[in-house]
Design a protein around this ligand. Sequence first.
Ligand SMILES: [Zn+2]
Length: 262
Amino acid sequence: MEELEIDGLVVRETAAGEADKIITLLTAERGRITVSGKGVSSLRSKYAASAQMFAYSTFLLRRRSKYWYIADAFFIDNFMELRYDVEKLALANYVCDAACEFAQEEIENAELMSLTLNTLWAIANKKDIPLERIRGAFEFRLAAQEGFMPDLSGCAVCGRDVSGEDSTLDVMNGRLLCKKCRTLLENDPEYLADETAKILIRVSPPVLAALRFLEDAPQKRFLSFSLDKPEQSLFGVIAERYLLNHIEHGFTSLEYYKKVRT
Ligand SMILES: [Zn+2]
């Protein structure tokens, strides 16, 4: 029988019968792990706390046939503050859904684990950072670290430095365009005939600085940037569209978060 000791975060839970649950764990070393939680919905279960959504624990798992079971669990944290606020809870659910999208079974992804944990921690505890900024930072960082890192060094066509002026993010090609090159491109029959979706969004200098920061910032400091209110909403639009267009679908949990956010 295979045995595994691993730190895992519950990112999905599905009720299975009266007291049982199927939970999905996000881990650094082995990506996504599906665990059959026998009896864990019962309050008498000693693993009830560890098998709850957003709980982070050290698990001892055993595999029988194709399923993993909990042999023991040492609870670490459950980001308690998330549970007292509808908006925070809704955003945390979306973060877990989006992380699940990229977590693959048996594939190490320490960066994804770390981004997800840091984001949940910030949603729960960081009172000085607006939730919308946390959301945008998570979305853009997620896209960048999961293989859709755009080239933000300058105009991708002419090389112009666009740090001090409005530029355009060509979402599906992951590149920046200066004003002149955007106009030329929009009149270029070859570009127009190309079937790649044409999603061009204006980027202002402060938003560009924030996006560049997110590409390179150390994982623990990825929220250490600020934006004025109008810039914040442009940043939010860019981050969301950048992530969702690369994933190629939306999330019910995101729609719900937008409904309840103030
Ligand atoms: Zn250019």
